[in-house]
Design a protein around this ligand. Sequence first.
Ligand code: 26Q
Length: 869
Amino acid sequence: EINKPATSSSNGSGKQDVAADIVAAEKYTVTGAPAGPSKLYQGVAWSVHNKLVDAFEATQAYWKEKDPKHVYYLSAEFLMGRTLTNAVHNMGLEGEYAEALKKLGSSLEEVRSQELDAALGNGGLGRLAACFLDSMATLDLPGWGYGIRYRYGMFRQAVKDGLQVELPDYWLDNGNPWEIRRPATQFKVGFYGSLQDGKWVPGEEVIAEAYDVPIPGYKTKTCSNLRLWDALPTTELDLQAFNAGDYVKAVEQKRKADEITAVLYPNDATEEGKELRLKQQFFFVSASLQDTIARYLEKHSDLSGLPEKACFQMNDTHPTIAVAELMRLLIDVHGLSYDDAWAITTKTVAYTNHTVMPEALEKWPVRVLAKLLPRHMQLIEEINDRWLASIKDHVAGKVEKELAAKAAAVAEAKAAAKAEAQAAAKAEGKELAEDEEEAAEEKKEEVDHVAEALKAYSIIQENQWNKGEMLVNMAYLAVVGSFAVNGVAAIHSEIIKTDIFPQFVELFPERFQNKTNGVTLRRWLAYCNPELSALITEALGTDAWVKDASLLEKLKPFAEDASFRARWRAIKQQKKAALAAHIKEVTGYEVSTEPLFDIQVKRIHEYKRQFMNAISLIYRYKTIKEATPEERAKMVPRVCVFGGKAASAYYMAKKIVGLVLSISETVNNDPDVGDLLKVVFLPNYNVSEAEIIIPGAELSQHISTAGTEASGTSNMKFALNGSFIIGTMDGANIEIGENTGFENLFIFGVKAEEINRLREERKDFKDYDPRWTAALDMVKAGAFGRPDYFDDLVASVNDMTRGNDWFLLANDFASYMDAQDEVDKLYRDQEEWTRRSIIYTASNGFFSSDRTIDQYAREIWSVQPTPLP
Ligand code: 26Q
């Protein structure tokens, strides 16, 4: 532990003097930092660090001794956000630190804002992993997260000339007080090379070095671990090359190692078939598996018991190379037979799917895999061959049944096969005997149809867009290699069964499960909204709801109490005011706190339909402009907030950001509009922004085309903070509706089952809502400037020869607008609005990630709570 400052001074009474501790720790901060909040933050952070390390060491030593089964959460992303507030509160130190900071003339609120977000993730998937770690520690479940210590996290988004620009996120600039470097924990990871006598001889090697991030549970001694890997060169300098004067070659190894952990791919949908991405995936997976096996072997002599001690949960397909790497380690390094290795692998690995969008499903070219990981490609081929052989009878039986139903087609195929066999025989100068003819017919029929049918099950498939190129379907490899496969919301878990993996469901239905996502109530209610939390605690007479979210249910009767509602409303106003101040600070726009605060924050995607929201606001603007004073007086004013990053190469998403910014500029500067409408784009949406935005929301938008959003998790955070939801029957919206009562949500749009039919029909879609046409016409006419710039965007939903409105915005627009009218209507009745806002918080304890993790632990991992005595 080279970066642990020794602090911990005592004030003589046996009680620690936290203020002295902070001041002592300040000395260890990055040199040259001037006195002030930033330096004070460093002091506080290092002081808390030491307390974390104590808890961490106690927990890990205890788990090592008890040797319970562990879960290892393998994830390319952990979107942690800030740590200070979370750590202080989870460990119950807020009183001590508040007092100490007061002595030092500051406060926790002041120093906390100095911390940079750890943004090692794109969005939902990465933040889910972070919430899961918090819940695993809180539930005392032995388990670690494993990932990559990217030096650059998710890019910082800025606005320049009305468009998004991307800036690097160098989050380690001031050091990182939340990690512990472990120079003694290193593993070699190889790449490239060749197979010599069946043995892999890598052509390039790097060292993976561990950094541990302690994860304190809430109100428990348990402190778990997130282990992130950094890459080092095997030799810092190639001395031979250096001495020969080739300086470039001498530092080549260092450069190659640096590259692996340099940057998070800032893309959360379209597949990036880049070799470096695969290198990152293999790098962290290999190091993590080697690490767990090494620790297992400290206690056990025989790897056959691994499934009783370890479970690897793969967060999407990103770590799926784990299936092949575990096989390689067991066979090549530890000498097991293929069959024994496969039995162990398929009892330890489990897979969570997070997307049904075809363009996001990872498929690696065999060529790329064979070059970077030749032994793994060979193993994947063997896995596939054995897999296909094992199901051949099943598939043949199925084919037989189908063929019987298609007798006519079979007869035709037979005739063709016979002709072919005859021709072949003729070419060889002989004639077929009758029985040979028949055999040829039978064989041809069976082989052709069965082989054709088997392709649907094959892990290795031909690229349908580029014939001749073979691809490894990582999701199929994950399904074949795992003992459990789960979706992340009820509807999503059904869709993956019917649309993505039906052929596998037919073979092993019991492998497929649902684990509806959740969020940690610590960060997403207790700490980001202390005012509301205090009121909840007062009403329930206990803060036990922070750990047992089902207790929120008991808030329901308070919804009927007018004085309670008044206090609830006052807190919402307070959080709206804080958000308004933030809007002023970062955008310069001044917004009133009286209007309805309407918010859509999430990654920018066509399927999430921010564009539909924007078009509705154009129509709202038009209505305001054309209204009489009497009509204006009846309107419900709104502040409409957008936030979210567009992947830098995502053409349409960039234009959507541009359109929102243009609307914002036009509307907010139009004196006719006043407080009736403000449109705000908040740049650089991230975890810390979300902690300000979500508590201030009254309405939040979750309006994806039905069947496209696997779950969504911000919907849960908004609901728990008493925000209404306007949304489609998609992802977790459905379960939020079931829990809250659908009468309390603003649901609109077509259902998932109708999407395929509508996509067929949309070519003839003529039934445009006049509001839709009017708003789009304004964009085309340049009402928001730059009409040419928005051409392709408008065409994507309006021109049936181009974008074809794949996400059915035009289809859903009328019902969306009607739902928005319902929102305005209800908002006029503030008593009823507040009553239902309370119902939202009271109804959604189900979406605590504690519940989700408890289900994973029982139904997939078989991991038991193991608290320190
Ligand atoms: C894949 C290949 C190459 C480069 C990048 C990627 C990549 C990276 C990130 C693909 C996907 C992601 C992230 C996906 C994601 O965040 N999915 C979301 O997961 C949430 C948690 O389950 C769900 O709530 C959301 O519905 C889902 O969109």
